[in-house]
Ligand binder design. Structure first.
Ligand code: FMN
Length: 352
């Protein structure tokens, strides 16, 4: 199906231009229809309208968060921030990808180009840029205050390797700075590369446990969620949950699946020094759904109470319902919402 929507993030422009000039498309104005909400869903101490929103990434700053709140996304994550400025990768940062078969978890090679047809899968490669806290702190605070009753802004953050001797100290500092904005919920992004090994931080259980403790010591009174990648292995996932479930309040899954995007000539599509990129959108829905089922099953078997946010490939009311039926307490969409800003309103309408 061809896509006539204008995404609210323009993949042809640099991250900085999107930050300064965006959001684009429908997010430049308020929606024409409004849906009467009744905040009735309990979510980590907050009452919200609909447990649906946009995860960390596409909402680059307060302008994006405010537009998303106006368009009925009741859980909005402000893009992952760091304790100091961190540069974005050069263009391209977003490309459409076209897997021939179901995308696997084994870093498949996939065709990448600028044909953003629906149902859409993309590769995103930003390197988690951030501005300095003196820029993002007042901006995040402003976005937090803009939320109406029944809406919540979540602050996502991560530590930066090399800033402190131990990464957990920098995670704790980032959490403290995010907490100062008054944001009601925290989310630590762990789906970033781990030191020295070709692996993600969330697979290093000892380190994640130290990070979670450090954040909880720094900000004891605020619910903390961890953003997870797809775990291939149940044994690793179960060990992770045994150690982390007693410390934190929720898990958001998943981030992206890794792939090798190539051009039609077979060249690396993201440039010479970026052979791989994270894939999100339609192609990873199976992985998001599977992780939610496994988290739910483990939680039920262990009588735990953490919340589960299901993320990955949501672009219709039906996908939202499926995630809830698999055990998600809340659902979020990044790629789907970027190309269809009315998604939250469509889900609310479908539920009326
Ligand atoms: C443009 C873009 C930027 C992203 N940046 C971040 C980020 O800064 N931190 C993070 O935890 N996840 C980030 N993500 C991952 C999303 O939060 C989400 O986990 C992923 O896109 C899968 O959801 P989707 O299939 O609905 O896109 C980003 C995704 C996109 C599309």
């Amino acid at each position: 199906m061809e896509n006539h929507n204008h995404p609210f993030y323009n993949p042809r422009l640099s991250y900085e231009e999107n930050y300064q000039k965006g959001p684009f498309g429908d997010f430049t104005q308020k929606p024409e229809i409004s849906i009467v909400n009744q905040p009735s869903v309990h979510f980590l101490g907050n009452k919200i309208n609909l447990p649906f929103g946009i995860p960390a990434g596409p909402l680059l700053n307060g302008k994006y968060v405010k537009a998303a709140l106006d368009w009925g996304y009741d859980l909005c994550v402000y893009k992952t921030v760091r304790t100091k400025k961190y540069k974005c990768h050069p263009l391209p940062n977003v490309l459409a990808i076209h897997p021939e078969h179901r995308l696997s978890e084994n870093v498949d090679t996939v065709l990448a180009d600028q044909n953003y047809d629906l149902p859409l899968s993309i590769t995103n490669s930003f390197g988690v840029p951030s501005f300095d806290p003196d820029i993002w702190q007042p901006d995040m605070e402003d976005a937090v205050n803009y939320a109406k009753p029944g809406q919540v802004v979540i602050g996502s953050f991560q530590g930066t390797l090399g800033v402190t001797n131990h990464i957990e100290e920098n995670y704790a500092e980032a959490a403290r700075l995010v907490d100062e904005t008054g944001v009601p919920l925290l989310e630590a992004n762990l789906s970033c590369p781990n030191e020295g090994v070709n692996n993600l931080l969330c697979f290093d259980i000892d380190k994640v446990e130290r990070i979670a403790h450090a954040i909880k010591n720094a900000v004891p009174d605020k619910p903390l969620m961890l953003k997870l990648a797809y775990f291939k292995d149940n044994k690793l996932l179960y060990s992770f949950l045994e150690r982390l479930a007693p410390i934190v309040d929720g898990f958001c899954a998943i981030n992206t699946l890794s792939a090798r995007p190539v051009t039609s000539q077979g060249k690396q599509a993201l440039g010479e020094d970026r052979p791989t990129g994270g894939v999100c959108g339609d192609a990873i829905r199976w992985a998001g759904e599977e992780m939610v089922s496994r988290l739910y099953e483990w939680r039920a078997n262990h009588n735990e109470k953490f919340v589960i946010i299901g993320v990955g490939g949501v672009n219709s009311p039906e996908h939202y319902r499926t995630y809830l039926s698999l055990g998600a307490d809340a659902v979020m969409s990044a790629t789907g919402a970027m190309w269809n800003p009315a998604l939250a309103l469509q889900i609310k309408k479908a539920l009326q």
